[in-house]
Design a protein around this ligand. Structure first.
Ligand SMILES: Nc1ncnc2c1ncn2[C@@H]1O[C@H](COP(=O)(O)OP(=O)(O)OP(=O)(O)O)[C@@H](O)[C@H]1O
Ligand SMILES: [Mg+2]
Length: 352
């Protein structure tokens, strides 16, 4: 990689220092990404000016409620969005995914970027054997059949499939949901990608299996040195996984910080609301779970001010009039999109 060419420049380095983003040239850099869909109900603004970077080997969590634009972001990162009006840049090692020729994009997805989605059953081909599908990424790169088979069997063993030699010949319906998701991880990682995009990969699984699959993804990507963008609506499950987190709301980044800092020193009312609604393992079990009242605004009718204003307990007139920028307050250590970040940074993480 040409490090000079992708030098992030002084502003990126300054931001990196503020947010814990490593001050190396990023593997992925998203600049001012907006995505909208022209629908019969009007213009749907799914993503509104997202900026973030992912460094090599870094694990970044994206958290947000349903409809906040997480999957649209994931699809955009993979160059898979269709029928959308997209502006901004998505740079993978300096190359723009949004404008590169289709063949180059396909090669990038085959080699450098791979993905694990929520529903393995629809991602797997029901009429092809598991082995055929796990070895395919290698076959596409011209790895001879026998070698691809051997490596696929090894990979199946690594993701925890017992008797991989025998299971290689089985079909997806012969696997449980958890096992199918392990197969998807095998497919995503067999080619040793640099970046894995995981969009709610464990949402359909029960809690115990969920934890196992997250552990597996952690161990294998660590071993291979791959970076991960992990998308979820559940702030709780990323605690031990992500180095950094971004909280999304109505297509915007509301707050970004190193994971520990976000959990303990959040300065954004939306994040604080999400944290408050988490069941606590280390405290008394609450009789009722607090949830944030109300619902997110419709992406085809976003308010002119802060998108969270209608649900925010601290709302003031300015919040309804002016959308807050994602900024680090003078007394804070990471950026938050709230007019009252400075005030919240006085006693971060404390709900008043
Ligand atoms: N192809 C499309 N055409 C029109 N609107 C779309 C399209 N794809 C997504 N949207 C809209 O964009 C918004 C963001 O959708 P997205 O799927 O990214 O949400 P999400 O955060 O992944 O939610 P979930 O947690 O439910 O998966 C939603 O309002 C959705 O209805
Ligand atoms: Mg989604």
């Amino acid at each position: 990689m040409n490090r000079l060419k992708s030098d992030p420049g002084p502003s990126a380095v300054a931001e990196a220092q503020q947010t814990g983003e490593a001050a190396r040239p990023p593997l992925l850099e998203v600049r001012d990404l907006t995505v909208s869909f022209d629908t019969e109900h009007g213009l749907v603004k799914a993503v509104n000016g997202m900026n973030f970077t992912v460094s090599e080997r870094e694990r970044v969590g994206i958290v947000g409620e349903s409809g906040s634009g997480k999957s649209v972001t994931a699809q955009a990162l993979l160059g898979l969005l269709q029928g959308a009006d997209i502006t901004g840049e998505i740079l993978f090692e300096g190359r723009n995914i949004l404008t590169m020729p289709k063949a180059e994009l396909r090669a990038l997805r085959g080699w450098d970027i791979s993905y694990v989605f929520q529903d393995p059953l629809s991602a797997l081909d029901p009429v092809r054997t598991i082995g055929d599908q796990v070895s395919q990424p290698l076959r596409l790169r011209g790895v001879p059949r026998n070698e691809a088979r051997e490596r696929a069997i090894e990979m199946l063993a690594k993701v925890g499939i017992r008797e991989p030699q025998r299971r290689y010949r089985d079909y997806p319906h012969q696997f449980s949901g958890g096992m199918r998701q392990r197969v998807m991880i095998a497919i995503a990682l067999i080619g040793e990608p640099r970046l894995v995009i995981a969009d709610e990969p464990t949402t359909a699984l029960d809690v115990r299996v969920q934890a196992q699959v997250i552990d597996l993804l952690y161990t294998l990507t660590e071993e291979q040195g791959a970076a991960v963008v992990f998308i979820t609506h559940d702030l709780g499950i990323l605690a031990g996984f992500a180095d950094r987190m971004m909280v999304m709301y109505a297509g915007r980044v509301m707050e970004k910080a190193p994971t520990e800092e976000l959990y303990h020193r959040s300065i954004n009312p939306y994040t604080l609301g999400l944290l408050e609604s988490l069941p606590r393992i280390d405290g008394p079990i609450p009789l009722t779970l607090t949830t944030i009242g109300g619902r997110p605004p419709s992406p085809s009718n976003l308010p002119s001010g802060c998108p969270f204003s209608a649900r925010c307990r601290y709302v003031q007139d300015i919040c309804r009039e002016e959308a807050p920028a994602l900024l680090t307050p003078p007394n804070g250590t990471h950026p938050s999109a709230c007019h009252f970040s400075e005030w919240l940074a006085e006693e971060p993480g404390v709900l008043r």
